[in-house]
Design a protein around this ligand. Structure first.
Ligand code: ATP
Length: 329
């Protein structure tokens, strides 16, 4: 679907892409990286909207340097930023975009109705977009990317600004773009966690460089670490501490998970088979606490960064990386 070879993009003060070589096949692929990692720049080059400084890239077998228009006929694009006209309705806007893509009037109206229904916009589609919530606007942006029935869509940070429920709904929609319509998807995010659930394949970029490209399964192989979180109680006002001590007394070494989001409330312990789960359950019950969660920890974006990038990068990138890690779940 996509192939880049030593692709670079240099702006006067910053190298946005640095000799990036990656192949992306059919299915749903996540492109993950901190803010400023080069994700949007890559998408613009792949659409033929911005020339690369060096290297080459093909989308659906078409060279981005010379076949931009043909690529945009076959590829849908959902931009990151709000770019919707406030005074027209979703229907009017999406019909317009369908017409711009070359669909005849009747087909444009039919495809618009189908696509808006697919993204979950019903009666609201006749109201001006200016009054929509962020989630509704994201759906309109998604609909206009799909309306001309592309073979591939680029979705740039589609969950940006959404609350957890809206985010889950958007991720479900993205998955269905592929399962229901066979359209391949390249979706960007600075949160690896949300892409894990949605994508078949994940590509990680950092400072414009390829950090890792692998199937989601390989990427998120379960570790043997279990993360647990418990409630407090009247008897144990610091439930986490009580749990730590009780587990310790039962011979289990517990780590506080410092540095992880939610640290202070999370206990990490090494699983020694099913017995460990039973031990945790029994200990929680004996203490009279509630178990908020008990889950096998999976690799986190921070681990990718710490294990694969100790090669020294500039300060800006380090800051941006921390930001992505901080946002991770
Ligand atoms: N037109 C431009 N002129 C100068 N620098 C740019 C331009 N576009 C992007 N950059 C810089 O290139 C780097 C990569 O930006 P890019 O927008 O591709 O990152 P990103 O991974 O998409 O992050 P974000 O989600 O924050 O947009 C950043 O340092 C950015 O400031």
């Amino acid at each position: 679907m996509i192939a880049t070879e030593s692709l670079s993009k240099r702006f006067p003060r910053v190298t946005a892409l640095d000799r990036l070589s990656v192949d992306v096949g059919p299915g749903v692929t996540g492109l993950v990286g901190a803010n400023g990692a080069g994700k949007s720049t890559l998408i613009k080059i792949l659409l033929g909207l911005s020339p690369a400084t060096e290297g080459r890239a093909e989308v659906l077998g078409l060279d981005v340097a010379t076949k931009g228009a043909a690529i945009r006929e076959r590829v849908g694009y959902m931009p990151e930023h709000d770019c919707l006209p406030p005074d027209v309705s979703a229907t009017e806007f999406v019909v317009h975009m369908a017409r711009m893509s070359g669909l005849p009037p009747t087909a444009a109206r039919e495809r618009t109705a189908d696509t808006l229904r697919h993204v979950g916009l019903y009666e609201e589609r006749y109201r001006p977009i200016g009054g929509y919530s962020t989630g509704m606007k994201q759906r309109v942006k998604l609909a206009q990317a799909l309306v001309h029935d592309p073979q591939l869509v680029f979705l740039d940070e589609p969950t940006n600004g959404l609350d957890p429920v809206g985010r889950d709904e958007m991720l479900g929609l993205i998955r269905r773009i592929h399962t229901d319509f066979g359209i391949s998807v390249l979706v960007t995010s600075h949160l690896l966690g949300e892409l894990e659930r949605t994508c078949d394949h994940v590509v990680v970029v950092d400072g414009g460089k390829l950090l890792r490209s692998s199937s989601t399964r390989d990427f998120t192989q379960s570790t043997t670490t279990i993360a647990i979180e418990v409630t407090d109680s009247d008897e144990h006002p610091d439930g986490t501490q009580a749990m730590r001590e009780a587990l310790h007394a039962r011979g289990v070494t517990v780590d506080s998970g410092s540095g992880l989001p939610g640290a202070g409330h999370i206990l990490l312990l090494t699983a020694a088979g099913e017995d460990t789960y039973d031990l945790v359950r029994d200990t929680v019950a004996d203490l009279g606490l509630g178990l908020v969660r008990m889950e096998q920890r999976r690799h986190h974006i921070s681990e990718v960064f710490t294990t694969d990038t100790d090669t020294g990068t500039d300060t800006d990138t380090d800051e941006q990386r921390k930001e992505a890690v901080g946002h991770g779940s």
